[in-house]
Write a protein that binds this ligand. Structure first.
Ligand SMILES: *Cc1c(COP(=O)(O)O)cnc(C)c1O
Length: 391
């Protein structure tokens, strides 16, 4: 038997973070006191009224196939959300509900990109984007940024990266892994270039509700009709409602692209889970008060962690404006990010994600979706570690 896998599958990078994550889990299972900064999900529970809506749907027998692109009620709730939060006017037919924001991203890339196409991805990037582009047989073009520009790509950099082959520009604000947020002027400048050059924008806005210090999330689709027509927004319920395990995401796209994505999804996963969609309706249409206390808590943790990190010799950290990550620069300590994280776990029992996984080896990612008490303990240990390796 020939077990050779497809070129497409073989081209994927194995997850660099998985080995460290597996080790951290194993150490925890053995009863070791590991402090985890690796979480890519909120540490809060899904609000009760959302669970109740899904449970009621399940009890009522809402357990069959739904339309592939989602139930009309949820698509309408998403249309209303875009209107309410961003002033954008979509038709329900332009909205596709998928099995997570990740699935929405994949659908967009698969439906728009092919062999010969280039996709511009600023680094540090969410680690799945380049792999998804490779799965679509297109070519990721990485544009590096650093803490000097708060991890934001400049209009000059974007312009220089565009070629006649450029199909898509991937924007993620607020960002995973850096927590950086583009302001309106910066976003408009990038959007203007895409409009001028005829490049589609995939705007991943999944962290839109998680912004701090009075900062405002803006969508690149809002600046003009042309910006709107060049943008596909990907979004999901996971981060703002702590619904990571529910697998519910969505996107809004110009008609021809929505139609193509509908076809792709109808032949791959079909509909997202029926009763989870009812929970999604409750999330988007119901009270949003949980966010206030979550934001207050995240903000407190972020403030503490940011200050502590900058007080450690050899480490510097720009403050995040959104999401729930900090991305400190550890390059002065002289270790590659993967060695840094492996040693940190082994010697101090602290789990963090090496920046190289996000295309940025001088950094590590720390998630503050964990208790302040854990953060204090973890940063005490990180400080001890940093002082030791600095000699
Ligand atoms: C979490 C996340 C998503 C989507 O996650 P799902 O669990 O698939 O909804 C998409 N983009 C970014 C940048 C994320 O961090």
């Amino acid at each position: 038997m020939n077990y050779s896998v497809s070129r497409r599958a073989a081209a994927l990078s194995p997850s660099l973070t998985l080995a460290i994550d597996a080790k951290a889990k194993q150490m925890k299972a053995e009863g070791q006191d590991v402090v985890g900064f690796g979480a890519g999900e909120p540490d809060f529970d899904t609000p009760q009224h959302i669970k109740d809506a899904a449970a009621a749907a399940l009890a009522a027998g809402f357990t069959k196939y739904t339309p592939s692109s989602g139930i009309p009620e949820l698509r309408q709730a998403i249309v209303d959300k875009f209107k309410r939060d961003s002033g954008l006017t979509y038709k329900p037919s332009q909205v596709i509900v998928s099995c997570g924001g990740k699935h929405s991203c994949y659908n967009v890339i698969l439906a728009t990109c092919q062999e010969g196409d280039e996709v511009i991805i600023p680094s540090p990037y969410w680690l799945s984007y380049p792999e998804m582009v490779k799965l679509a047989a297109a070519t990721p073009v990485i544009v590096p940024t650093s803490d000097k520009t708060e991890f934001k790509v400049t209009p000059e950099q974007l312009r220089a990266a565009i070629t006649p082959k450029t199909k898509l520009f991937i924007l993620n604000s607020p960002s995973n892994p850096t927590g950086s947020l583009y302001n309106r002027e910066e976003l408009k400048a990038l959007g203007d270039i895409c409009v001028e050059k005829g490049v589609l924008i995939m705007s991943d806005e999944i962290y839109d509700k998680l912004v701090y210090d009075g900062a405002e999330h803006a969508s690149v689709a809002t600046f003009s009709q042309a910006h709107f027509e060049h943008t596909i927004i990907v979004h999901g319920l996971a981060k703002a409602y702590s619904m990571t395990g529910w697998r519910l995401g969505y996107l809004a796209a110009p008609d021809p692209i929505a139609k193509a994505i509908d076809a792709v999804q109808s032949h791959s996963t079909s509909n997202p889970t029926s009763f989870a969609q009812k929970g999604g309706v409750a999330a988007l249409n119901g009270p949003q008060d949980h966010l206030k206390s979550w934001l207050a808590e995240y903000s407190k943790r972020r403030g503490y962690a940011h200050q502590r990190l900058n007080s450690i010799p050899g480490i510097s950290c720009v403050n995040a404006k959104g999401a729930f990550y900090l991305f400190p620069n550890i390059s002065k300590l002289g270790l590659k990010s993967i060695d840094f994280c492996a040693k940190l776990l082994e010697e101090e029992k602290v789990a963090a994600v090496p920046g190289v996984a996000f295309g940025a080896d001088e950094y590590i990612r720390l998630s503050y979706a964990t208790s302040l008490q854990n953060i204090e303990k973890g940063l005490d240990r990180l400080e001890k570690f940093a002082k030791r390796i600095a000699g």
